[in-house]
Ligand binder design. Sequence first.
Ligand code: FAD
Length: 469
Amino acid sequence: MDNSVIIIGAGFGGLSAGCYGQMNGYRTSIFEMHDKPGGLCTAWQRKGYTIDGCVHWLVGSAPGGAMPGMYSLWQELGALQGQQVIDLDYFYRVEGVDGRTFNIYSDIDSLEQHMKELAPEDARFISEYCKAARRFCRLDLPVDKPPEMYTPFEGLRFMFKILPFLGDLRKWSRMTMKDFAMQFKSPLLRDAWQQVWPPEFSSIFILMTLSTLHQKSAGYVIGGSMKLSRAIEKRYLDLGGEVRYKSRVTGILVENDCAVGVKLADGSEHRADYVISAADGHATIFEMLGGKYINEKIRGYYEKLPIFSPLIYIGLGVNRSFKETPQIVSGFAFPLDEPVVIAGEERKWLSVRIHNFDPTLAPEGKSLLTVMIESNYPYWDSLRHDMARYKAEKEQIADTVVALLDKRFPGLSSQVEMRDVATPVTFHRYTGNWQGTYEGWLMTPATVNLNMKKTLPGLDRFYMAGQWV
Ligand SMILES: Cc1cc2nc3c(=O)[nH]c(=O)nc-3n(C[C@H](O)[C@H](O)[C@H](O)COP(=O)(O)OP(=O)(O)OC[C@H]3O[C@@H](n4cnc5c(N)ncnc54)[C@H](O)[C@@H]3O)c2cc1C
């Protein structure tokens, strides 16, 4: 039997491909350039703090939500067994310029009531939107198979399942977050909704997210991102899989248009019956395969589709409990007294995540804070050639952010005992993701329904997995 598989990358995509390969009788080996699993789903230690670098909410942490099948997937992957999962009442909070506070509650009924109190003039749209969110609680999007692999019968079954939701899916997936926000007459809600997600993002995702939060199936796993990644790594190893860390793949070996193995940075070659790349899509197609197996459609993705803007990711260890501050899944945003320039761009708001819901990330009585600021890759790429300037820029950003937070939380600057700044270049260096992006393709009205093939034209025995497909 042809059953050996080489997988490139031990992020969630690669580890999952490895687990399912093992469960289905293949002999798999993962080659990972880093010395740990997780890829983007990671964390790092600084001065007694754990800077969690990823997961905010895990869709499928319990049965229910718009994709109930996700829960079974996480169970099969060993991600949830024995984990403590918490569901928070607040998803996001925005303090408006008028001094009022808008809470995005995880519970749809509380959110509806709260929005109507804040903006009675928007009652009609609020009702319409909350009704749609409640309808989405009954949606059951299958996740067990990619749609392009459906048999005609499975295709029909899928259509039958989504038929009652077709109107909602069309309407909300075509609306951007900016257009969604503009539906509100209230300046507070208009401003607030624009802080949650990028303006081009499709508004269907707030409905999906709210329906899963409402049903308590988008929880947070105590211990954070690395705990999740280690759990899936353990499942993979228990299934008999093998991970080779510090093994950077530089090329995919091809013979007669068949993938036959990989070449590593140390010059060694490793062969298998199949190759799966769960590494960055751009690097896989244009570097590891030299751009040889591509068509106009795939080239078009990489030339035209928008990606999530990469992040400046600031971690702060603060000697303060933040016990009095509500526990919020995604953090909260507040307007600045006056605009500041960070990494060459003017900013009028700051959003901070206070990890006061996870005591494992900071010493007792202290807290981890993280701040995510969208930036652009070329800016940082040009700086990194001058290390002194690159480091100075990071220091200056940390100073600015601490000063801004100090205004909102007086006394904070004297309580900061750890500062760490990761840039888009850091994201690229540690995970290989193109342009340092952190979630791959941005889900806009134009891309939300895209089904990307997991194969490349003309290349046999080769598959792609992970966020780029
Ligand atoms: C701040 C942040 C918040 C997020 N929040 C959430 C959230 O709340 N919920 C959610 O679902 N998602 C969230 N995401 C997104 C999610 O983490 C990613 O979409 C997901 O982890 C991507 O997994 P992947 O396996 O496709 O890719 P990656 O994680 O990028 O894994 C690719 C792996 O391949 C390895 N690799 C790359 N090139 C090579 C090579 N040449 N040789 C060997 N190995 C290589 C990399 O080192 C990496 O380990 C967030 C991401 C970030 C950064």
